[in-house]
Design a protein around this ligand. Structure first.
Ligand code: BJW
Length: 251
């Protein structure tokens, strides 16, 4: 793959790179995206029936079981070349922050050292009424399980539509978008807010944005560089193009 020379030099000289990821980066690990017309979750399921607090209140068993199914799926997957390239890139730069909308934990498993999870994490649960975090739970006593502290239902610790993102995570992500030297946006449809506003926040602060995706998104016209292809192909190639010489020099 050939990259623009000014992109490579921008990456090589950056002191702080920020990467916003979405479901597309995990697609090559075998985890469905949300909005793919054939294989995305929302092609088969209605988000209003599964990803809102109202849906959980109406049918907690259905929603809990959907997340149990996804938790089991994720436990059988591995980080792919895209996740691994971002973890490796962090070792080449003074600072790299990954901001992810994904709840699958694959960036942690790949070893990305600085990670902000905007939409929570599928492996954690909290209670529905008071948001107590709960470390140990079992489905044996019923679905959904019950909070040992207050007796309300347990729910996955993810952010559903209409819910606020974790305040601290969103604040750190916004600050990172404003202050970094280069902002990469990987595998997201750029449709869901407030995550979709982060690249625009970066642009308003004169930070150049690189988009890596299989197709155009609402962000595409604003990106300085648009790299069309799979994250698991483009990210390792970008790492190689920017830092391969360094490795040879060290050998
Ligand atoms: C590849 C690839 C490969 C494939 N390589 N690429 C402003 C305007 C309009 C609406 C709103 C607004 N502000 C807030 C809203 C409402 C709402 C919203 O944004 N709605 C829009 C959909 C219209 N936002 C919210 O409700 C948020 N809360 C909030 O704002 O609170 C304040 C508030 C409250 C009340 C009213 C108003 C404001 C919360 C959003 C929570 C999103 N939750 C979900 C579910 C999380 C839990 C779970 O996993 O079940 O998060 S929805 C789902 O979408 C999930 C994702 O994180 C998120 C983003 O999806 P993503 O990652 O972009 O995936 P896809 O499938 O959309 O795209 C994949 C991309 O990858 C595609 O582009 C492919 O081409 C590409 N791709 N393979 C590279 N190999």
């Amino acid at each position: 793959m050939v990259f623009a020379a000014n992109l490579i030099s921008c990456l090589q000289s950056a002191r702080w790179v920020v990467v916003l990821t979405g479901a597309g980066i995990s697609a090559e690990s075998g985890i469905p995206t949300f909005r793919d017309a054939q294989t995305g979750y929302w092609a088969k399921y209605d988000p209003q029936e599964l990803a809102t607090s109202g849906a959980f209140r109406r049918n907690p068993q259905l929603v809990w079981e959907w997340y149990s199914y996804r938790r089991a799926l994720v436990s059988q997957t591995q980080p792919n070349a895209g996740h691994l390239a971002l973890a490796a890139l962090a070792g080449k730069l003074p600072r790299l922050t990954v901001i992810t909308q994904n709840v699958d934990g694959l960036h942690q498993r790949a070893g990305s050292p600085e990670l902000i999870e905007l939409h929570g994490n599928l492996t954690r649960v909290k209670c529905f009424d008071r948001h107590h975090p709960v470390a140990q739970w079992s489905e044996l006593a019923g679905i959904p399980p019950i909070c040992p502290v207050c007796g309300s239902w347990l729910r996955p610790d993810v952010v559903w539509f209409g819910e606020n993102l974790p305040f601290d995570a969103l604040q750190r992500a916004t600050e990172a978008a404003r202050r970094c030297d280069l902002f990469l946006v990987v595998g997201t449809s750029s449709l869901v807010y407030p995550a979709a506003s982060l690249p625009m926040e970066a642009i308003q602060h004169r930070v150049a944005v690189v988009e890596i995706n299989l197709q155009e998104t609402p962000l595409t016209p604003y990106a300085k560089w648009v790299l069309t292809g799979k994250a698991g192909v483009v990210l390792p190639a970008l790492l190689q193009a920017a830092f391969a010489d360094e490795k040879e020099k060290g050998e």
